[in-house]
Design a protein around this ligand. Sequence first.
Ligand code: KIV
Ligand code: ZN
Length: 527
Amino acid sequence: MPVNHPSFGLLPEDRVIIFDTTLRDGEQSPGFSMNLSEKLRMAEALAELGADVLEAGFPIASPGDFESVFEIARRFAKDGPVICGLARAAPGDILRAAEAVRPAARPRIHTFISTSPLHMRVKLRMTPEEVLEQVTASVTLARNHAADVEWSAEDGSRSEDEFLCRCVEAAIKAGATTINIPDTVGYAVPEDLARIFTMLRERVPGAERVVFSTHNHNDLGMAVANAIAALRAGARQVECTINGIGERAGNASLEEVVMALRTRHDSIGLVHGINTPRILKTSRLLSAITGFDVQPNKAIVGRNAFAHESGIHQDGVLKDAKTYEIMTPESVGWSKSSLVMGKHSGRAAFRDKLRSLGYELGDNALNDAFRRFKELADRKKVVFDEDIVALVDDEMARANERIALLDLTVATGMHTKPTATVVLEVDGARREASASGDGAVDATFAALREAFPHNAMLKLYAVQAVTDGSDAQARVTVRLEEEGKLVDGQGADTDTIVASARAYVHAVNKLLAKRLRTAPPALAATA
Ligand code: KIV
Ligand code: ZN
């Protein structure tokens, strides 16, 4: 029987709701934190991708988290995906989440509590009866503030059947409209989830009125398989993240779940509303924002996902791609030829190319990106789509920053002490400084610290090539830590040292933004 859902109306029985938690479960894993403008960009990309629900954050966690959920909710005040805020089973959490999602056209409050014996005893120090009372109280309160309420049984897959059924029944009675059973620790095997969802749907009174949801962690590499097993057993919402990011080993990857549903519709028989040709672009945007590329063999979005190396495979693909390709590269956003324009290409062609890559820039941003494209085309023989994406993402990351890198000169060699001179513009004022170091990058970072003194510690320095070839652009990630707060900065350039300097400056800018948000009056820049 189709469920009549407050946010989606009458749901066709074969329609799977794609609940994206990149901005919450994904963002809370170390190194993946995003600032407000990055979260907004990601939220817009996820909406364009066609995600049905965006879990935008955990509003009680910090003022910054609240602000980003609130701003995302405001961005989707007229239409767009359901905007969801997470809350523990505590009135303060629930009221804060309600306030944060309120501006959205379709707000959702997602409240959770642990139901496994281990979590209840050790983590919550509560008896099962106390937990049950909390289920009713939290869902009732949430329902007073939103028509769309999701309740989750944290560590649900390790909970006792009888108790799980009682909790789910209580949540439904109190008004929950979605019931989520997470495999919080990635312990389940597909048969476990099939059994749990079948049991809940058969045994719990009122089960036919709600949407069941599955949320799987990848500790044993089974998150996607578990999600599909749950869907086969009647779940109709799947919680997932772009590139599978998330706590520890991550969550079920959105692109893998979605393409499994599409490619194996013959076997699974379920549909979704994802605009699959936008998958690669969304995956790359996340990588550009967080500075973490997916591994080359990552299904769907990895560099090698559609590359055929062996002669036998190449021969087969040339005869008929279906011999070794179960889906077309184009169906997930890979273009046949990623070769683009050269130094003679004009502004209009550049704007067209940006549109085809999914970027709509205002005039000023377009001018800046075009200037950098021309510089790049002068230096690099062949400019690929990937180069343009890296360049534009780099340019967008720099918008509204207080510190700008104006110039960098480095002298280095086998018998020379590396020295770097940097020129910065800080709040409109020019600053120049020089320093030496153990290598060109070290000297550059020392010069940047000299020009803009600060106490942040370098925690990670990573370099990746955007394309092949010795003239490839380098994409650098720099992670800084200040008073326990981590920020990642990114920079791209054909010169690795310049890319490193850009990444460092980007990270310092993020720290400044973070300082302002967390403690406005006391902390200005130390310089
Ligand atoms: O893994 C988990 O249990 C969660 C819940 C908060 C839904 O992320
Ligand atoms: Zn989770």
